[in-house]
Design a protein around this ligand. Structure first.
Ligand SMILES: [Zn+2]
Ligand SMILES: [Zn+2]
Length: 744
């Protein structure tokens, strides 16, 4: 252990000892305050959660009528299986039919091409059937990878599916008619999809419709070259004349990220409602368009409780807590009752800003009642209540600055965590440190937060990157993006040395004030490894046992018991989980039925495109579907066609193989040795034998060529098929084969 490390540890122990009395005192004070003011203290820990669950009706699937009760009754119905078998037999028959017709067409093709000569011996040892099987499996894999998001009619046999647990049929959908007196709730995106995002909901009554949120979904590695996807808005476009308002709950990208693509299609007279910060972020995004539309933005102050008329509907914004400023739920008043759209939310006993507007919520519940609640589902699987507050995170950030006082501190967090950024500024200022921001989205967010006065900046604390690096290390704090291990984000560039101003060194301390989003873990590990290889200190959330630093992150979404409390408070007549993957929505619905006691027929799990009706007599049902889907975009905001994505996946797995043939116009013979280009498949220099075999085949194929000009297409098809066969025989792979034929 070197001297510096010894010193650091000594300091750590010392500061721990110094902090102990203060922590004890605060704990005692809190206890006292709780008992006098009767404030409900936040209880956590496995024992407490278990006890709470026992006290009330536990979310059990085993109770009569629960999920597992169904399994018992199912075992006796054998007729069902028989029917299913018969069904699959008919399907198999149907499947053979098109195959027969295919052979017929290829037969006619051959006669057309007038190829009377004997087929060339390809000298392959594998069966053609093996190759066809390989190609079939491959195309299934490619399709599955490229279509993980809802298209067509998704499978939904949840007991909350609105059809009593049976799959909705095409004929049911074809005959479905919505009741003209019903209010329609149509999720265009954001329900039951892989990955959380592209949130967008339409609420419609007769000729009036409101749109809530327009989000993106980040596509992940399964979609090569795709940066994000947005909802297909065909339904909105077909009903554009009915749109009376567009409302935004908050400025996270899964709620506003699709604005630049969708808002330009909204008539400029339609009001676009949101809080100051939310609209600020939207305007920032829109300002990047080359022809920015002149839209009717209207800033809402949720604490004023304004009721905004939208035809026969109206909306009211309700201030709720989340991990971004200006967050709201939306109350939609309809002729068939009040709909509470939760947006994203979390419960905090001790928030940094203004507490959730429980007063107004209680007032609405008491005076009007909630007929339908749409509730987000993100953290439904996290037990207990929120374990700590943002203040604790601030304290931890301060502790890091104390423990590693002599070096640079680099804090990485989500750019939308404005209050977190505010705390870094405050803690840094207290210690005479300066702060610089790095990363495009980070700078954008801070700019809007300053303009809308969402953060207070201690005097002379913020500096430009190019200036801060001239200061001694112990005065430097950098806040940057990259906490999710994004390859191109600032943090990774600081590791690799690609960043213009900062290269990570061994005296730096990097704080991950975030948790990896599920799926991003390997990327975060990669970034952490890179930082540690440079000798830097890395402090991650949830590793207190190693670092002695408290919590460094707080999730923006309510935990299970928070949901129980809040739904109990709202007493909704009907319940619809949204904003979540399918399992989250299912668990949310189970909570509503088994813990809150909402009857099953009053809970619906909808998929994107389902039309949910809130009827005149305050019931909910599902009637039909509207067209939904995805639009894919690359990182230059340009559209990417799904077929392109499938090709990319195919190429990434099997490669591409191009043959360029130059033929004599008259004789049809090869004029020169064909050019062969192989990419992402085999390395040509090591494959002379295989290439020789293919050249030999091409010579035979074009020798005594009887193909006329119009038959070049057939020639190409045949070459493609034969070469694929030869390649599969040699390598076990079927790359995309592209023959190019020039006649001179
Ligand atoms: Zn959010
Ligand atoms: Zn969200």
């Amino acid at each position: 252990m070197n001297l510096k490390e010894q010193e650091r540890r000594k300091k750590l122990m010392q500061s721990q000892a110094e902090r102990m009395p203060a922590i004890k005192k605060r704990f005692e004070e809190q206890q006292k305050a709780a008992s006098t003011a009767e404030i409900k203290t936040v209880e956590t820990g496995a024992a407490v959660i278990f006890e709470e669950a026992q006290k009330r009706h536990f979310n059990s699937n085993f109770k009569p009528g629960g999920k597992d009760a169904k399994l018992v009754s199912r075992a006796s119905s054998k007729t069902g299986t028989k029917k299913a078998q018969a069904g699959s037999a008919t399907r198999a028959q149907a499947a053979t039919k098109p195959r027969a017709s295919q052979t017929a067409t290829s037969g006619t093709k051959t006669t057309k091409a007038k190829v009377a000569k004997a087929p060339i011996n390809l000298a392959v040892s594998t069966r053609k059937g093996d190759m066809v099987h390989h190609q079939k499996m491959l195309s299934q894999d490619v399709n599955a990878q490229a279509s993980q998001h809802i298209i067509g009619v998704p499978v939904n046999k949840s007991r909350y599916n609105g059809y009593n647990g049976t799959q909705v049929t095409k004929s049911q959908l074809n005959s479905a008619r919505t009741d003209k007196d019903s209010v329609l709730i149509i999720p265009i995106g954001g329900t039951g999809e892989f990955g959380i995002g592209k949130n967008m909901t339409i609420i419609q009554y007769k000729n009036d419709a409101i749109v809530i949120d327009m989000g993106v979904l980040f596509a992940g590695d399964d979609y090569p070259g795709v940066n994000y996807m947005i909802p297909d808005i065909k339904y909105l476009e077909d009903n554009m004349n009915k749109v009376k308002a567009v409302c935004f709950t908050h400025a996270h990208l899964d709620h506003i990220g699709a604005c630049r693509h969708i808002l330009p299609k909204i008539p400029t007279t339609v009001p676009i409602y949101g809080t100051d910060f939310t609209l600020g972020m939207i305007k920032k995004q829109m300002s990047e368009l080359t022809d920015e539309p002149d839209l009717n933005y209207i800033t809402v102050d949720p604490l004023k409780h304004e009721i905004l008329k939208c035809g026969e509907l109206s909306v009211e914004f309700i201030h709720t807590l989340h991990s971004i400023p200006g967050n709201c739920a939306i109350v939609v008043r309809t002729p068939n009752g009040v709909i509470y759209v939760s947006g994203d939310w979390r419960a905090e006993a001790n928030p940094m800003g203004v507490q959730t507007d429980y007063e107004r919520i209680d007032e609405i519940v008491k005076n009007e009642g909630i007929t339908l609640m749409l509730n987000e589902s993100t953290n439904i699987d996290s037990p207990g209540h929120h374990p700590h507050s943002e203040f604790d995170v601030g304290e931890s950030l301060g502790a890091v600055m104390d423990h590693y006082a002599s070096g640079r501190i680099i804090v990485s967090c989500f750019s939308s965590q404005v209050s977190r950024i505010g705390m870094v500024l405050e803690e840094a200022a207290k210690r005479g440190r300066k702060v610089a921001f790095a990363g495009y989205s980070m700078i954008n967010n801070v700019e809007v937060a300053l303009r809308t006065r969402e953060i207070k900046v201690p005097k002379d604390t913020i500096m430009k990157m190019e200036d801060i690096i001239k200061l001694p290390d112990d005065r430097v704090t950098i806040v940057c993006t990259g906490s999710q291990g994004e390859m191109n984000a600032v943090l990774n560039r600081m590791v690799s040395g690609a960043h213009k101003y900062v290269k990570v060194k061994s005296t730096d301390t990097i704080v991950f004030s975030s948790n990896p989003i599920p799926g991003n873990e390997p990327h975060v590990v990669n970034t952490v490894d890179g930082l540690l290889r440079e000798g830097a200190q890395v402090i991650q959330n949830g590793k207190t046992h190693m670092t002695n630093i408290g919590p460094l992150h707080l999730s923006g979404h309510a935990y299970y018991e928070d949901h129980v409390d809040f739904v109990t408070r709202l007493k909704p007549l009907n319940y619809m989980p949204y904003h979540g993957e399918f399992y989250m929505m299912e668990h949310n619905a189970e909570m509503a039925e088994n813990v809150i006691g909402i009857p099953r027929e009053r809970i619906i799990i909808a998929d994107d495109g389902d039309v949910v009706e809130l009827t005149k007599d305050h019931k909910i049902k599902k009637t039909g579907r509207v067209h939904v889907g995805n639009r894919l975009y690359d990182d230059a905001d340009m559209p990417v066609h799904e077929a392109v994505v499938k090709d990319r996946i195919h190429i990434s797995r099997e490669g591409i193989f191009v043959l360029v043939l130059t033929l004599n116009k008259k004789t049809g013979r090869l004029l020169k040795t064909p050019d062969i280009v192989s990419r992402a498949f085999i390395y040509l220099d090591n494959s002379e034998e295989l290439i020789g075999k293919i050249r030999h085949y091409l010579r035979l194929k074009t020798d005594k060529n009887t193909y006329s000009d119009s038959d070049v297409k057939t020639l190409k098809e045949e070459i493609k098929e034969d070469v694929t066969r030869i390649l599969y025989d040699a390598t076990g792979h079927t790359p995309i084969v592209i023959p190019v034929i020039n006649k001179v």
